[in-house]
Design a protein around this ligand. Structure first.
Ligand code: TRP
Length: 456
C-alpha cells in the first residue's frame, strides 16, 4: 500500500494544483470575515501574535500530519484512518477520529454556506447602487434587514450550496482542480488591488498599528483559545479536508515545504484582509473594530458607498469573499462525498446531493438563529454562535490534538519514513517532537484555561 500512487478518485495534476487546492481550502471566510472581527473583538495586536504562533507551532505540524495520513491512505479520511490504524496495529478506536472529523466538516459547512450567502447577496446589494451614500446606521439597518429575512437567507444559502455541488460533482481533476486553478489567481489579484486601494483611500497606518501593536496586557486565556481556534479554522485542519486533499497529492512532493507555502499564503491573506478592512473601518466614523460578525458587512458599504466608483469596488470585494468561501466550502464537501462514493458505491452526483441537503437542513438552524430563533440559547449562545464555538474552538483543536498524538506515538514508523522521504532528518525529528509534546501540551493547556475562563 505504501507504494500506491493514486486512489479511486484520481489525483491533482501537480504539486502546484495541490498548493492551490489547499490554499483555496484554507483561504476563506475565516480569513476575510472571521479573522478581522475576531482580532477586533480580542484587542488586535496581541491576538494576532498568538494567532501567528499557533499557526507555526501547532497548525503547520498538524497540517503536515493530516496530509501525510491522507496521502498514505489515498482514500477519504474515514477509510484512510481505518487502513492506517490497521496497518499500524493500533487500537481500532483511533479510527473514530475519521468520523469525528467528517462530523465537524458537515457542521461547519452548514453555517459556512449561510455566511457565504451573505457575501453573495452583498455583491448584488453593492452593485445595484442601493447602498449609495449610506451612513453607519443605515448600513447596519440594511444588514439587519437581511438577517431578519429567513427567506432571503435561505435563497442565498441554497445558491451557494448549489455552486459547491457543481464543482465537487466534477471530481478531483475536472471539478476541484480546474476550479482552484482558475479561482485562486483571480483571488490574489483582486486582494492585492484592494490592498493598494485601502492604502491610498483608508486609514492604513491606524490599521497597521491596530494589528501589529502587541499589547500583551489585553490578552486573556479566552482570547488565546479564540486565537488557537482561529488557527485551526483558517488552515482547514482538524476535520479531514486537508487529509482528503492530501490523498490526491503527488507522491513525490515534499510535504513539509508544500505545507509551509500554504500556511504562508493563508496567513498573508488574513493579514492583508485585516489591513484592508481596518483601514476602511478606521477611516469611517461610527464603526468600532469590535463590531462582531457584522463588521465587514456594515463597515464596507459605508466606506464604499461614499466614494466615487466605490460601489463597483465594493461589489468586487464581495465577489472576492464569495470566491474564497466557495473554494473553501468545496473542501468541506469533498471528504464526505469521497467517503460515500468509496463505501456505498454511490455516484458522485448523488453523494453530493445527499450531503448538500444535510448541510442545507442543518443550516436552517443558523438561518433562524438570526431571526425567529434569536431568543433561544444554548450555554448562553445562539445556535450559530454555539456551532461556531463548538466546531472551531472545541472539535477542531480536539481532533488536532488526537491526530498529533496518533502520528507522534502510534503510527507505524515505516509509514512516516515512506511519506517523509527527502525531508532532512533533523527537520523530521523536530516535527515529530512538536507533534508529540509541543502541540498536545499547548492545545491541552489552552483548552482547559480557555474553557475555564469562558464558562466561569
Ligand atoms: N479554512 C476555511 C476558512 O478559513 C474554512 C474551512 C474550509 C475549514 N475547510 C475547512 C475549516 C476544514 C476547518 C476545517 O474560511
Amino acid at each position: 500500500m505504501a507504494l500506491q500512487q493514486k486512489g479511486m478518485h484520481g489525483a491533482w495534476v501537480s504539486r502546484w494544483t495541490f498548493i492551490m487546492a489547499a490554499t483555496g481550502s484554507a483561504v476563506g471566510l475565516g480569513n476575510m470575515w472571521k479573522f478581522p472581527y475576531v482580532a477586533g473583538s480580542n484587542g488586535g495586536g496581541a491576538f494576532v501574535l498568538v494567532y501567528l504562533a499557533c499557526i507555526l507551532l501547532i497548525g503547520v505540524p498538524v497540517m503536515m500530519a493530516e496530509v501525510m495520513l491522507g496521502r498514505h491512505g489515498r482514500k477519504s479520511p474515514i477509510n484512510a484512518m481505518r487502513d492506517i490504524v490497521a496497518e499500524s496495529g493500533a487500537d481500532p478506536r483511533w479510527s473514530y477520529l475519521g468520523w469525528l472529523s467528517v462530523l465537524a466538516g458537515i457542521l461547519i459547512l452548514s453555517f459556512y454556506a449561510v455566511i457565504a450567502g451573505w457575501a453573495l447577496s452583498y455583491i448584488i446589494e453593492m452593485g445595484s447602487g442601493e447602498l449609495r451614500g449610506v451612513d453607519g446606521d443605515a448600513a447596519a439597518a440594511a444588514f439587519s434587514q437581511l438577517l431578519n429575512d429567513p427567506g432571503r437567507l435561505i435563497l442565498w444559502q441554497t445558491i451557494f450550496l448549489t455552486l459547491c455541488v457543481a464543482v465537487v460533482m466534477g471530481g478531483v481533476k475536472k471539478g476541484l482542480g480546474i476550479a482552484v486553478e482558475t479561482l485562486m489567481p483571480i483571488l490574489f489579484v483582486i486582494l492585492l488591488g484592494l490592498l493598494v486601494f485601502s492604502y491610498f483611500k483608508g486609514n492604513f497606518s491606524a490599521a497597521a498599528n491596530f494589528l501589529f501593536q502587541f499589547n500583551l496586557d489585553q490578552l486573556t486565556w479566552r482570547s488565546v483559545l479564540a486565537a488557537m481556534g482561529q488557527a485551526f479554522f483558517t488552515l482547514s485542519i482538524g476535520m479531514g479536508a486537508i487529509m482528503a486533499y492530501g490523498a490526491y497529492m503527488p507522491q513525490k512532493a515534499n510535504i513539509g515545504q508544500t505545507i509551509l507555502v500554504v500556511a504562508f499564503f493563508d496567513s498573508a491573506v488574513a493579514i492583508i484582509s485585516g489591513l484592508v478592512i481596518f483601514s476602511i473601518v478606521f477611516a469611517t466614523q461610527g464603526i468600532e473594530p469590535s463590531a462582531g460578525p457584522g463588521l465587514m458587512f456594515i463597515s464596507l458599504p459605508v466606506a464604499f458607498g461614499s466614494m466615487p466608483g466605490g460601489l463597483l469596488i465594493g461589489a468586487i470585494f464581495f465577489i472576492l469573499v464569495s470566491i474564497a468561501a466557495w473554494s473553501s466550502a468545496i473542501s468541506l464537501l469533498e471528504p464526505c462525498v469521497a467517503w460515500l462514493v468509496e463505501t456505498k458505491n454511490i455516484n458522485r452526483f448523488k453523494a453530493n446531493i445527499i450531503f448538500a441537503v444535510i448541510a442545507w437542513v442543518l443550516g436552517l438552524g443558523t438561518v433562524f438563529s438570526f431571526n425567529i430563533w434569536s431568543g433561544y440559547q444554548l450555554f448562553g449562545l445562539t445556535f450559530f454562535d454555539f456551532l461556531d464555538f463548538l466546531t472551531a474552538n472545541i472539535m477542531l483543536p480536539l481532533t488536532g490534538l488526537l491526530l498529533a498524538v496518533f502520528v507522534g506515538f502510534v503510527v507505524n514508523s515505516k509509514i512516516i519514513e515512506s511519506e517523509m522521504l527527502g525531508t532532512h532528518p533533523r527537520v523530521q525529528l523536530l516535527w515529530q517532537h512538536t507533534l508529540r509534546y509541543v502541540a498536545p501540551i499547548s492545545i491541552g493547556l489552552i483548552f482547559i484555561m480557555g474553557l475555564y475562563e469562558k464558562f466561569s
